[in-house]
Design a protein around this ligand. Structure first.
Ligand SMILES: Nc1ncnc2c1ncn2[C@@H]1O[C@H](COP(=O)(O)OP(=O)(O)O)[C@@H](O)[C@H]1O
Ligand SMILES: [Mg+2]
Length: 292
């Protein structure tokens, strides 16, 4: 972090501790106060941003961040802007992001995956149905863990996608997101319903959590589309996945967006289904490994 950044931290009563990550658009640091409290600071430099990101996406991210208040969305404490950079102070999530967690531990138990899914989908339901905002970059790297509680972050591509006058969905033409999480309609690059593309990405998150691998090979979008059409993911579930968990995950990985349920319906399936599995869905202390 440069000296201006360190000065800003000092003014707020924090000392730089370490760099947590360098993301696509900036760097994230941890800082600590004299009483031991930690924060995360996301630093975005205007210089490295294209005009479009600076003028369109960044203001949206800031706006979405400021107005989103939800128990499963990483809260923002403060935003400081200088000529060159923007510093966002966020709740520090002490267990890092969920992608790294899976890389380190492998797949998680179905019970733990369902618990985290519950938290993530609640945050997305809030964005979709209370804020009219689609996240548009749902992936495990953008879900953080604070004391094992999953919280959604990185609203860099988030956008208000509902016309308030007609209450209709505003289709997206920006093909943003991350290849492995892209829905077929995004891969085809046709205007898409961003809320339903989010549901697909939620399905990919669930799939990775329980299997420890991506549902589709995303090196080449054409091949990925072929794999999706053949529903290859369904043949690649790990042994021991409960029928209902598989059914539930497949409900999100539906090829035709018009037949894909929205997040409200997914949450209803979630609660209807949890009684059918004999899994302990809300473990008090979640254990690694197979429960189901
Ligand atoms: N509040 C936080 N607590 C702990 N780690 C964080 C926090 N915010 C971000 N990170 C780490 O930094 C990474 C990048 O942050 P993110 O907000 O997703 O930025 P980008 O837009 O660059 O992807 C995350 O995937 C995570 O590993
Ligand atoms: Mg990110």
């Amino acid at each position: 972090m440069d000296t201006t950044g360190l000065d800003i931290l000092a003014q707020k009563g924090y000392k730089l501790e370490k760099k947590l990550n360098a993301g696509a658009f900036g760097e994230v640091f941890a800082a600590v106060a004299s009483n031991g409290d930690r924060v995360a600071i996301k630093v975005i430099s205007f210089k490295t941003l294209s005009d479009e990101i600076r003028e369109v996406f960044l203001p949206r991210e800031m706006c979405a961040l400021i107005f989103s208040r939800h128990q499963f969305i990483v809260p923002v404490y403060d935003i400081v802007r200088t000529e060159e950079k923007i510093y966002t102070f966020l709740e520090y999530c002490n267990m890092g992001d969920l992608f790294n967690y899976i890389v380190r531990h492998g797949y998680v138990s179905q019970a733990l995956a369902m618990l985290w899914f519950y938290q993530i989908s609640n945050a997305i339901d809030y964005l979709h149905n209370k804020m009219d905002v689609a996240h548009r970059d749902i992936k495990l790297e953008n879900v953080l863990l604070n004391d094992m509680i999953a919280k959604v972050t990185d609203l860099g591509f988030a956008k208000c996608c509902r016309d308030n006058q007609t209450n209709s969905v505003i289709m997206s033409n920006t093909f943003c997101g991350t290849p492995g999480y892209m829905s077929p309609e995004l891969l085809y690059q046709v205007p898409y319903n961003p809320f339903l593309a989010d549901v697909w990405a939620l399905g990919v998150c669930m799939y990775i959590m329980i299997n420890g691998c991506y549902p589709y090979n995303s090196d080449d979008p054409k091949l990925m589309l072929e794999e999706i059409k053949e529903r290859l993911h369904d043949k690649r579930y790990r042994q021991g996945i409960h029928d209902h968990v598989r059914w539930f995950t497949n409900k999100m990985l539906v090829y035709d967006p018009q037949k894909r349920p929205d997040v409200k319906v997914i949450m209803k399936y979630y609660s209807d289904n949890k009684y059918k599995t004999n899994l302990e869905w809300f473990p008090i202390s979640a254990e690694e490994g197979e429960l189901g």
